[in-house]
Design a protein. Sequence first.
Length: 347
Amino acid sequence: MDMQIRLTQFSHGGGCGCKIAPGVLERILSKAAPALVPPQLLVGIETADDAAVYQVNDTQAIVATTDFFMPIVDDPFDFGAIAATNAISDVYAMGGQPLFALALVGMPVGKIPLETIRRILEGGESVCARAGIPIAGGHTIDSVEPIYGLVAIGLVDPRNLKRNAGAKPGDRLVLGKPLGVGIYSAALKKGRLDDAGYSAMIDSTTRLNTPGTALGRLESVHALTDVTGFGLLGHLLEICRGSGVRASLDWPAIPLLPGALELAREGFTTGASGRNFEGYGERVSLAAGRDESVRAVLTDPQTSGGLLVACDPSGVEEVLGVFRAQGFGHAAVVGTVEAGEPGVHVA
């Protein structure tokens, strides 16, 4: 790669930090006209779930999702791999199995070398190969900023479908990946992320959330989602609203990328973190001693973040076993679900 070209120099925001702020998105969607909702549409936009699900017969439903964003890193292969992993994650987050993908490509042709664009696509192709699916087509445009992502199509048995609604009081919350991707990306842009930190970031963001398929088959799992642009607090609040419950997070138990908290204390945070809290902070309470850096971590946009599971206490060890068997050694119980008005307390 010609290091004179930095992919991140073309983008006003990177990764899932590009998402429209949750408060703004809520106002936009509240004005949307009522949509056609056939009975076969098992999951639509009603709880801001990870993907749409459409039933075709008693044992099969289509899982359909799309995700794309601007570069979060400068290495083109890594960017493509991160974007593809992030897009496919939504299929796993429904308890589904990926089937095939379509590529979404927008590039400033003439400003970025064609070989660089080719490497972005190769990064995405490498992840799809690991997921065992083909890229069966797609669409390309000449755009001002580099944009890459996928439409991901999967299948799920409707009996194994998991939503971001359905959590019950008493459930335990399990998080599959450590937090801190947005903090790392902010440090990377300022030249403060070392090689070990970069390797940890790539390992996390390109690790496919394959446990989701097995978790979908567990009766003890009541709700499932993945943690992306709205941060752990934002996506947990979606579970709370969809389920009509509250949640409590155990801050010391939450896994973090190495040094992420210290980097947050030094000010390496994204603008999306502040926008996230502005959008849903009124529903969050923090225990005494939880400073601004803790809030920054919990609102940090996670590009290709981990699965968040709400499960019966009797199923915790089985859920952790699924994660650990597939190489997710950071998976941990991070909180509990409680009865009450939707909201989150950070203990």
